[in-house]
Ligand binder design. Structure first.
Ligand code: RP5
Ligand code: MG
Ligand code: MG
Length: 282
């Protein structure tokens, strides 16, 4: 659980805010620090009338949010146990971020996401697994996207929507961001979609649940995710799909797993776990 990588927060169509620097040894709430965070919630979040976007209980005493509970519309429980409510709003369990408010996030407290890591082995033209010349271990490939907002490589994950379960989000986001295949014939498409549905429902391995070091995190709102690996060992299903970027992905492609690959938020940590699981090159 860290708050380390990002010094600014911004999205494609929203302003970036420079965070006051919090030295690494002052991130923890228990360390003494003359802390002067900036209050920031983006105009888009403040002006949203969507039922699913929180209203600020500090501004309006009629707003009562069921902290640490799943109220069926939104699961406000954290994977890290009950979070504290300080001055009327949740306190980030991983410490100071430089910003109070919600930044670009719709919820106070945890904002849940799901990340599908779809993998296959890198193979030569004869179908043999390719080994990395240094580690002598086989190379895994995963479905990678380039995010429209930050331009970084990432797992094709996304936010859990209203009343959705994280396991449903995994499949929906993968479709939206990486499987936008308009040119496939309808019959092939149906068959492929049925196979993918089955794999996403039954064939995944849970990799991680918890906090993400996301550029949008603030002292009062933060990202948490559920990560699953869906692996095609024998080029039978997922290894054959045609990738086509959509929604908040501007590109989708197979990328080799390697420790030098720069990735969005904590995604390199999740990918590393998958490399270890399959005893692949990292
Ligand atoms: C990260 O943000 C999660 O790991 C997930 O990949 C992503 C969800 O946000 P969007 O892709 O919907 O912006 O923290
Ligand atoms: Mg998305
Ligand atoms: Mg996304």
């Amino acid at each position: 659980c860290v708050n380390a990588k990002y010094t600014r927060t911004g999205t494609r169509d929203q302003p970036a805010v420079i965070r006051p620097v919090v030295p690494n040894d002052k991130v923890s709430w228990s360390s003494q620090f003359n802390y002067q965070p900036i209050e920031f919630t983006s105009p888009k979040v403040l002006q949203s009338t969507k039922e699913y976007v929180d209203r600020d209980p500090r501004q309006n005493p009629n707003v009562v949010i069921p902290w640490n509970l799943d109220d069926r519309l939104c699961d406000r429980r954290s994977y890290h146990g009950d979070y504290k409510i300080v001055k009327g709003v949740p306190q980030n369990p991983c410490g100071r971020t430089g910003l109070t408010g919600r930044g670009h996030l719709g919820h106070f407290g945890p904002n849940h996401a799901a990340d599908p890591i779809v993998t296959r082995w890198k193979r030569d033209e004869n179908g043999a697994k390719i080994l990395n010349s240094n580690s002598q271990k086989p190379i895994l490939q995963f479905v990678c996207i380039r995010r429209r907002d930050t331009n970084e490589f990432a797992i094709p994950g996304g936010m859990v929507e209203k009343k959705e379960r994280a396991t449903e989000t995994l499949r929906r986001e993968f479709h939206e961001e990486a499987l936008n295949f308009p040119n496939l014939e309808e019959c092939n498409k149906d068959e492929l979609l049925t196979t993918i549905k089955d794999i996403f429902e039954n064939g995944g391995t849970k990799i991680y649940c918890g906090y993400v070091d996301d550029p949008r995190n603030t002292d009062n709102g933060w990202m948490e995710t559920t990560v699953y690996n869906f692996h095609d060992e024998d080029v039978k299903h997922l290894a054959l799909i045609h990738l086509q970027a959509g929604d908040d992905a501007k590109d989708a492609f197979w990328e080799d797993l390697d420790s030098k690959l720069p990735l969005f938020a904590s995604h390199a940590d999740f990918i590393k776990r998958v490399a270890m699981l399959h005893k692949a090159h990292w």
